[in-house]
Design a protein around this ligand. Structure first.
Ligand code: NAD
Ligand code: TYD
Length: 354
């Protein structure tokens, strides 16, 4: 166990806690590490949805700060006040297609935001920072082999290039300043609260509405799927047990072709495969990802619990049961959640003594 985390009920900062992985991670921490205190920093971009934290926002162990990770002054005040023992950095622009349409926001948040966060952490006692990176930094695989932590970085998209920059910056801060950082690189996640622009929630919500399902190219691209809860476990294990300056691959040992995933979810939903449309391929589309996570297994005790077919079936059930959540995200009305349920409470709250 990282010594600093063992000293007292740990105070953790989670950036990006209103997003998909971040919201699952906040929930995971409150459930599985009951002594912990969590402060989440989130700018609430289009991908940030406070409704993802519904039911835990009132938990006295959780504090929410609507702040941008590029805002060094604001982050500095938050760190000075909260004095975190650990930081889990997830805030990011995360969608490959958006990065192709407009790379600038990706450079800003993923590169500049990560450097800002690392600087602020270093200036405030140097709590361990876990940088939540991605398998996409390694680029594309041919039909065989898997990515190890020593595979060369060869990102294909502006998204993955900005994530590679962030994770290399963190490693450079370790070498240069001795800063306590750990990097996790994880494969594609699925599970509750994922924004329906990513493959699985997009296809579920469109199939439920009997809308055509756009499959890029020939649909034979392969992703190595992991349930978001298993990813969260891996991030926390890296925080607690990881070696400073080290990289840990996390993956679910579940390589599947996109078309197979889409066909499975159509079958689960009782919808016809005639909804599938093959559309123009994504530029620079990586063909295959596959993770070798043996280091995380051996050094962190990481062991994913979910079998893909079961995890996907449960995920589909979650989206069916939460169709109102999907509808509010799809029609944009989730943006009002902040106004309706949170702004009034924020205004009523006593100012924080910094
Ligand atoms: P997401 O897009 O669902 O959530 C991102 C969150 O970050 C949102 O709440 C958004 O409001 C917030 N954010 C964006 N810009 C910000 C800024 N400037 N300041 C503060 N907050 C900001 O993304 P996700 O899928 O939950 O991914 C979270 C992290 O995990 C990312 O770093 C991503 O690269 C990494 N990751 C994701 C996956 C995956 O499959 N989803 C896999 C590996 C790694
Ligand atoms: P995505 O969920 O965007 O994740 P990533 O690009 O980060 O892996 O896409 C997963 C795979 O699904 C990827 O090969 C692209 C493909 N895809 C489609 O075929 N159609 C779609 O509408 C989307 C969003 C993705």
């Amino acid at each position: 166990m990282n010594a600093r985390l063992a000293q007292r009920p740990a105070r953790l900062v989670v950036t990006g806690g209103a997003g998909f992985v971040g919201a699952n991670l906040v929930r995971w921490l409150l459930l599985h590490r009951p002594g912990v205190r969590v402060l989440t920093v989130d700018a609430l971009t289009y991908a940030g949805n406070l409704e993802n934290l519904a039911g835990v926002l009132d938990d006295p162990r959780l504090r929410f700060e609507n702040a941008d990770v590029c805002d060094a002054d604001r982050l500095g005040r938050i760190f000075a006040d909260y004095q975190p023992d650990g930081v889990l950095h997830l805030a990011a622009e995360s969608h490959v297609d958006r990065s192709i349409a407009g790379p600038a926001a990706f450079v800003r948040t993923n590169v500049h935001g990560t450097a800002t966060l690392l600087d602020v952490a270093r200036a405030h006692g140097g709590p361990r920072v876990v940088i939540v990176s991605t398998d996409e930094v390694y680029g594309s695989l041919g039909p065989s082999g898997r990515f190890s932590e020593d595979s060369p970085l060869a990102p294909s998209s502006p998204y993955s290039a900005s994530k590679a920059a962030a994770d290399l910056l963190a490693l450079s801060y370790h070498r240069t300043f001795g800063q306590d950082v750990v990097v996790t690189r994880c494969s594609n996640n699925y599970g509750p609260y994922q924004f329906p622009e990513k493959l699985i929630p997009l296809m579920i919500s469109r199939a439920l509405a009997d809308e055509p399902l756009p499959v890029y190219g020939d649909g034979r691209n392969i992703r190595d799927w992991i349930h978001v809860e298993d990813h969260c476990t891996g991030i926390v294990l890296a925080l607690e047990r990881g070696v400073a300056g080290r990289v840990y691959n996390l993956g679910g040992d579940a390589e599947r072709e996109n078309l197979a995933v889409v066909c499975q979810l159509l079958a689960e939903l009782g919808k016809p495969e005639s909804l599938i449309r093959f559309v123009a391929d994504r530029p620079g589309h990586d063909r295959r990802y596959a993770m070798d996570a043996r280091r995380a297994r051996a050094e962190l005790g990481f062991s994913p619990r979910y079998r893909f077919e079961l995890g996907l079936a449960r995920t589909i059930q979650w989206y069916v049961e939460h169709e109102a959540w999907s509808r509010r995200v799809r029609d944009g009305s989730y943006r009002r959640y902040l106004e309706d349920t949170y702004r009034s409470r924020l205004e009523a709250a006593a100012p924080c003594a910094v």
